[in-house]
Design a binder for this molecule. Structure first.
Ligand code: PMP
Ligand code: GLN
Length: 383
């Protein structure tokens, strides 16, 4: 049978490919973005407690009211913004799902969506599955800042939306307030909708501030904002996240959500609600900054060229031109097999697989993992 191909990416997600290769070759996995250390015991205890206390049936469709209220309180404290827990927050099974559902709630065939590349690998397939068209605009090394003239030139009468991501996967770049102001000036007289992927909002380093679109009164009115608990509580495998959007957008979101998953894991929602605002762990941004600093200090003794350094996220991009001339996918495979360290080739984040000989390391790892991984990389010889 000839089954339809719903989007243009015919391969398997690079995260599945590289994590699979890492386990096949017993390599240290610095590819897929996930922490390799335990979660807070209070949080795992709360999960067990919720299950034991009988919270094991379907949750309300938009999410548990206590969790939505805990999120609203958290945003009031951390950003000073007012979010209505009932009409503006929906709990989702992770941010990848939230991004797909947000796209699906508004996209129609032939709509155009601007995607800044390199970009998280689900965006373009999600857009195309809806029959819409991804219009790519590239961010350029070494700082991966947005070239606003290019974005302006990409806007047409068919532009329905733009998806932005700060802090950025894979480059670790973060947006300044002026980026939001420029975006506002470009969309002001249009009906362009913004998808703001802010999953790494708490992972910003060196005393910088994450500017959320929710703090931009004008843009907030036209934005779906997507979050992941996994990046805050080091529990990516729980696949828990949420969408914040104005009431009319939230109605559209839930119209799709109710027939996709209907509702999300109940004990996990209880656990997160009780844990939020009530945990004494060191802030996750501070923890990740220490890991970035440690990783970079060690990586400086290898022939890799460090781009950045990452200002936020879990990730550090590095060039390997001093080590090899291989295309990045082949280089990443070779590094996994021969040196026992798995990474992500950055070409995987481009629709046309643009290859600038860059790889992405995930440094959200325990100290011994970082030390052992860089010890293996230190044996690499310059060309
Ligand atoms: N967006 C970006 C930029 C990401 O890096 C990730 C990584 N997981 C996600 C979304 C998805 O988050 P989740 O695991 O909650 O689906
Ligand atoms: N966000 C993580 C990364 O970029 C993992 C995402 C995934 O496995 N789909 O590595």
């Amino acid at each position: 049978m000839n089954l339809p191909q719903k989007h243009s990416n015919t391969g398997t997600s690079i995260f599945a490919v590289m994590s699979g290769l890492a386990s096949q070759y017993n390599a240290i996995n610095l590819s897929q973005g996930f922490p390799d250390f335990p979660i807070d015991e209070q949080l795992s205890g709360l999960l067990g407690k919720a299950a034991r206390e009988g919270h094991n049936q379907y949750a309300p469709m938009p999410g548990l009211p206590i969790l939505r209220q805990a999120i609203a309180n958290d945003f009031k404290i951390r950003y000073g913004v007012n979010i209505d827990a009932d009409s503006e927050i929906t709990i989702t099974p992770g941010a990848t799902y939230a991004i797909y559902t947000a796209f699906t709630s508004i996209l129609q065939p032939d709509d155009e969506v601007i995607v800044l590349e390199p970009a998280y690998d689900s965006y373009i397939p999600n857009i195309e599955t809806n029959g819409a068209v991804a219009v790519t605009v590239s961010l350029s090394a070494p700082d991966f800042k947005v070239d606003w003239n290019k974005v302006k030139a990409a806007i047409t009468t068919k532009t329905k939306a733009i998806i932005v991501n700060t802090p950025h996967n894979p480059t670790g770049a973060i947006w300044e307030k002026s980026d939001w102001d420029t975006l506002a000036s470009l969309v002001r007289d249009t009906e362009i909708i913004i998808f703001s992927d802010e999953v790494y909002e708490q992972l910003v380093f060196d005393g910088q501030k994450h500017y959320s679109v929710l703090e931009h009164e004008e843009l907030r009115q036209r934005s779906f904002v997507l979050y992941s608990f996994g990046k805050v509580f080091n529990n990516t495998g729980w696949k828990m996240g949420y969408c914040i959007a104005p009431p009319a957008f939230t109605v559209a979101f839930r119209r799709i959500h109710q027939f996709l998953v209907f509702c999300v894991n109940t004990p996990a929602q209880f656990a997160l609600a009780h844990h939020m605002g009530n945990n004494n762990a060191i802030p996750v941004g501070q923890l990740m900054q220490q890991k970035r600093d440690h990783f970079l200090a060690l990586l400086a003794h290898t022939p890799f060229t460090i781009y950045g350094p990452a200002r936020g996220s879990y990730f550090q991009v590095a060039g390997y031109d001093k080590i090899s001339n291989l295309p990045d996918m082949e280089f990443a495979q070779w590094l996994t097999k021969e040196y026992g360290v798995a990474t992500i080739p950055v070409s995987a984040f481009y629709k046309n697989k643009q290859d600038d000989h860059l790889i992405r390391f995930c440094f959200a790892k325990k100290e011994e993992t970082i030390i052992e991984a860089v010890a293996r990389l230190s044996t690499l010889k310059p060309l």
